[in-house]
Design a protein around this ligand. Structure first.
Ligand SMILES: C[S@@+](CC[C@H](N)C(=O)[O-])C[C@H]1O[C@@H](n2cnc3c(N)ncnc32)[C@H](O)[C@@H]1O
Length: 253
């Protein structure tokens, strides 16, 4: 009962503070699931990224990058992911520092590298050492000179204070156990005019984790608000995902 009240409270709070969409309830973390972006559900559950993981303090492992390349970067992904559309939503990032949190196999890296240009920087973070190794090798192989991969911790992005202009987070948030605390660390990492772009699967999308494991925009916004951020739902023309933008409150030094 208490948890239901807490959930309703969080949703209402998000609706009041943030520009929120019409429907949906907050999804509490629970159970194991699978994560592969390709749609199908394999073992546990799959969020089109596909394979099994746990919520609420037991993050799913993505240990071997080679196992995930095809799942995260299948030839069909561009059609629904629309990377150019998403990157354009970040605004003019030329010369800026963009963090890709939970960057996985580095699907977005060539796009981000191009967008920030030679004077900008892309920092690709992941908790999995082999993902980091894979992304660093990929950046070198593909000549993405402004891309650097770095290992982060499950409960800490390990970012320097005031170092990021944009933080992109795509299909990662439900893997993070203490999301309010994590959001606080992200808030501290933002530059004054910085912003977080959190992208996740819509409840009614056939891609992503099973519905019961998906996070509503309201619940994501409540997490970000708990970290001291103000947020809004952005209008971006993506068929399967929503985009929440979070910033530090106006007047924050
Ligand atoms: C489903 S994949 C998404 C990969 C990438 N963002 C994409 O859209 O292709 C989730 C990734 O987040 C990473 N991850 C999970 N928990 C994390 C955390 N707390 N901090 C950073 N990365 C995390 C996983 O290792 C995995 O590579």
């Amino acid at each position: 009962m208490a948890s239901i009240i807490a959930r309703v409270g969080r949703s209402l709070c998000a609706l009041l503070v943030c520009v929120a969409p019409s429907a949906g309830r907050a999804d509490g973390p629970s159970a194991a699931h699978t994560d592969g972006h390709n749609g199908g559900h394999a073992g546990g559950h799959a969020d089109g990224h596909g394979n099994g993981h746990h919520h609420g303090g037991m993050p799913h492992r993505f240990e071997r990058a080679a196992d995930w390349v095809n799942k995260f970067e299948g030839p069909e992904r561009d059609a629904w992911q629309k990377p150019q559309t998403l990157i354009a939503a970040l605004g003019d990032v030329r010369g800026k520092t963009v963090v890709d949190l939970g960057a996985g196999t580095g699907y977005f890296l060539p796009h981000l590298s191009r967008a920030v240009g030679p004077s900008g920087q892309v920092l690709a973070l992941d908790v999995e050492a082999d993902m980091v190794r894979h992304m660093q090798a990929r950046a070198e192989r593909e000549g993405l000179k402004n891309v650097r991969a770095q290992k982060s911790e499950g409960d800490d992005p390990k970012l320097a204070a005031g170092s990021a202009d944009r933080v992109l987070i795509v299909d990662v948030w439900h893997h993070i156990p203490a999301r309010g605390e994590f959001a606080k660390k992200l808030a501290a990492a933002l530059r004054k005019d910085g912003a977080i772009y959190l992208v996740d699967f819509k409840l009614d999308s056939e891609r992503g984790p099973p519905k019961k494991h998906k996070l509503t925009p309201e619940s994501v916004m409540a997490d970000l608000k708990a970290g001291g951020l103000v947020c809004e739902l952005l209008k971006v023309d993506l068929p399967d995902q929503y985009v929440v933008v979070a910033r530090r409150p106006a007047g924050t030094p």
